[in-house]
Design a protein around this ligand. Structure first.
Ligand code: HEM
Length: 412
């Protein structure tokens, strides 16, 4: 791109706020995914900047502002949550994420039940059984491709069970979900939407009016203001749940296991004190956030001394909240004894992630069962870890090795 002063920018954007940054390509040479974002936050930039990439948008760089932009729907609307607004944003008008209060709540209620602590409690036994069986499948081998052999198996299989969709459809749905969150250029956004609709329409038709108890059936047959959902609403609600559930936990687990493989002290602390794992998950969520979304300006406003115009997009990277040193001391350190881990890893405000309890439960059970069986492990020597930026950031492959003799057979 040309020199910063020559970049095309709207007349109201001051040069001092102009940066050249692509939220989908945040990686810097020699830095990992989170270090790259952190470097942006730590550079001498104003708290609110404007980049011409991805259609041109504002971006906040401080935790305080991330949390405010995410939750203040009176100024920052969920009508469009992805950039570029005209392509990704347009294709991703899903329910309930693209609705602002008060329209949001009745749709959100339809999906909350299926992901509530009670509902997750109902599948906890299945999560633990599958976790143990996957780990036992490779424990004595002394190695695994954690990403493929575990992270892409457990959350997705459990999720497919919750929504009662056939496991054979998993690769197709995961591919489509990834095209929204980390597009690889093989499909246009509008086509992702078309393919998702083609998949879900017959599912809705088959479950409508039936007494299925799976999460999709309950949603499809739910009511909003005493009326049934239209087919379009039902499809957008189902697709939202599929996109939310298929990719996020996979990547969170990848980041967590990468960290534990490289940090023997943290690993041993949790292995020796499994009762600390539940609390440790929150610190791990703070340190390894993944999501970056945007909001649309409802009206012309002045915000923190900057003129923002109606219809413009403002990106609020959840990633930057927990990593901000004004929110958490020594934010790049994982500190299981931190008094309070402040973050927006699961969002903030009315759209806060309804799947967070499921995600935390699956990750907790992974650590409980893994560390009890394979307390010592590391990254396969010589393997270069790589990352991909996106709406959901990703660590591409995490290959782990260990001494089979150091593992333990634990009865489930
Ligand atoms: C580590 C795992 C996860 C992370 C980091 C995560 C993160 C997020 C974030 C940041 C938001 C808010 C987006 C916004 O405000 O624009 C969100 C919303 C959402 N998430 Fe998650 N999520 C995770 C797991 C899940 C799972 C497992 C499901 C479903 C099974 C799910 C379903 C949803 C849905 C449906 C929404 C939209 C809620 C609404 O609009 O009211 N998420 N998630």
């Amino acid at each position: 791109m040309e020199g910063i002063s020559e970049i095309q920018r709207p007349a109201h954007v001051p040069l001092s706020r102009l940066i050249d940054f692509d939220i989908y390509q945040p990686l810097l040479a020699g830095k990992d995914f989170h270090e790259s974002w952190k470097a942006l936050q730590d550079s001498e930039l104003p708290d609110i900047v404007w980049t011409p990439r991805n259609g041109g948008h504002w971006m906040v760089l401080r935790g305080r502002l991330v949390s405010e932009v995410l939750s203040d729907y009176s100024r920052f609307s969920n009508h469009t949550v992805l950039v570029p607004k005209d392509t990704a944003g347009e294709a991703y008008r899903l329910i309930p994420l693209s609705l602002d209060p008060p329209a949001h709540a009745p749709f959100r209620n339809l999906l909350s039940n299926g992901l509530s602590p009670k509902a997750v409690g109902g599948v906890e036994g299945a999560i633990r059984r599958l976790t143990v069986s996957l780990i036992e499948g490779f424990r004595l081998r002394g190695n695994c491709n954690f990403t493929h052999d575990f992270a892409e198996q457990l959350p997705i299989r459990i999720f497919m069970q919750i929504v009662a969709l056939p496991i054979e459809d998993m690769p197709r749905l995961k591919y489509l979900a990834d095209q929204f969150t980390r597009p690889d250029g093989t499909m246009e956004f509008k086509d992702v939407r078309i393919h998702f609709h083609a998949y879900i329409a017959p599912v809705i038709a088959a479950r409508r009016g039936q007494d299925g108890t799976d999460m999709l059936s309950r949603m499809i047959n739910g009511k909003v203001h005493d009326r049934a959902l239209t087919d379009e609403e039902a499809a957008n609600l189902c697709i939202q749940v599929l996109v939310g559930g298929l990719d996020t936990v996979v990547n969170f687990m990848g980041f967590v296991m990468l960290f534990l493989a490289r940090d023997p002290a943290a690993r041993r602390k949790l292995a020796e004190n499994p009762e600390h794992i539940r609390i440790a998950i929150n610190e791990l969520a703070r340190r390894f956030p993944l999501v970056t979304v945007a909001r649309e300006l409802r009206a012309d406003i002045e915000y923190e001394g900057v003129a923002l115009k109606q219809g413009e997009m403002i990106v609020a990277p959840m990633i930057l909240h927990g990593l901000d040193s004004t929110e958490n001391a020594s934010p790049m350190n994982v500190d299981f004894n931190r008094d309070e881990a402040r973050h927006s890893t699961f969002g903030n405000g009315s759209h806060v992630c309804p799947g967070a309890h499921l995600a935390r439960t699956e990750t907790r059970i992974l650590l409980e069962e893994w560390l009890a069986r394979i307390p010592e492990f590391e990254i396969a020597p010589g393997f270069e870890i790589t990352y991909t930026g996106g709406i959901v950031g990703s660590v591409n492959t995490v290959p782990l090795v260990w001494e089979p003799a150091s593992t333990r057979a634990v009865s489930a």
